[in-house]
Design a binder for this molecule. Structure first.
Ligand code: KIV
Ligand code: NA
Length: 266
């Protein structure tokens, strides 16, 4: 299958074809999601919560992200693979962002990077874009700023905040961003941003009016007891894995596994 590229995203927006995006952190799931036809795989810094047992995305480092990125790019033949630049790896300057993005492309093999923030990182986005590195923006609730935002709360409520969010989105577009993730934004605000921008918006907790949708795969597949309100559980993979594990352990204890077909003769 042909690789999904930046111009395909633009085409999809133009044609009104929804863009599908899902997180992935390893080769096993990356291959499944790629074969299932997901357009964009996000090696998210949500790896902190989902895989590394950390509280939030703030402690995640570039050195933790890169092996995950390499695993996903090694497994995905069709999807565009995007990786987050983690907290502390890009904010200080455009040059700081460039150095981290270069590592993500050279060592992680990804096709694009994602940065949180609007106007304040527009120059960072410009340098990366002009250097040939596609950038996805991320506005609304930005988990790397959870401490200053007061936790996971809807952003862009009220006329002033809504206007600021749309302005941030336009600033990212003008700086060369190829898409913008909108997280926990009132649906009408996300709709307005989607209308104003010519680059695609990809929503998570931003209503049905975006050009695409993204979910954290462990929420999508039902791997955990808790998931955010904006996520739908499309499967019960956690329960299936639990049952498989119980069945395996039971078979070992009853000595029904391994059977003759799993056993080598002399
Ligand atoms: O890290 C992540 O999973 C994300 C998505 C929620 C957009 O940034
Ligand atoms: Na993220």
């Amino acid at each position: 299958p042909k690789r999904v590229r930046v111009h395909h995203l633009a085409q999809m927006k133009e044609r009104g074809e929804p863009i599908t995006m899902l997180t992935a952190y390893d080769a096993v799931t990356g291959r499944i999601f790629d074969e299932a036809g997901i357009d964009m795989l996000l090696v998210g810094d949500s790896i902190g919560n989902t895989m590394l047992g950390l509280h939030g995305t703030i402690p995640v480092t570039l050195d933790e992200m890169i092996p995950a990125a390499r695993a996903v790019t090694g497994a995905a033949h069709r999807a565009m693979v995007v990786a987050d630049l983690p907290f502390g790896s890009y904010e200080a300057s455009p040059q700081h962002a460039f150095a981290s993005a270069v590592r993500m492309l050279k060592e992680g093999g990804v096709h694009a990077v994602k940065l949180e923030g609007g106007e304040r990182i527009a120059e960072h986005v410009r340098l990366l874009s002009q250097s040939g590195i596609p950038v996805v923006g991320h506005l609304g609730f930005t988990p790397q700023s959870e401490n200053s935002l007061g936790g996971a709360r809807v952003q862009g409520r009220g006329d002033e905040a809504a206007e600021r969010l749309v302005q941030d989105a336009v600033a990212l577009q003008e700086a060369g961003a190829v898409a913008v993730v909108l997280e926990m934004v009132p649906a009408p605000v996300a709709e307005r941003a989607t209308e104003v921008l010519h680059i695609p918006t990809i929503g998570i907790g931003a209503g049905p009016g975006c050009d695409g949708q993204v979910l954290v795969w462990t929420d999508m597949a039902g791997m955990t007891a808790w998931a955010p309100r904006f996520a739908r559980k499309f499967g019960d993979v956690g329960a299936a894995l639990y049952t498989a594990t119980r069945t395996y352990a039971g078979a070992v204890r009853e000595r029904t596994f391994p059977g003759p077909e799993h056993t080598f003769a002399e």
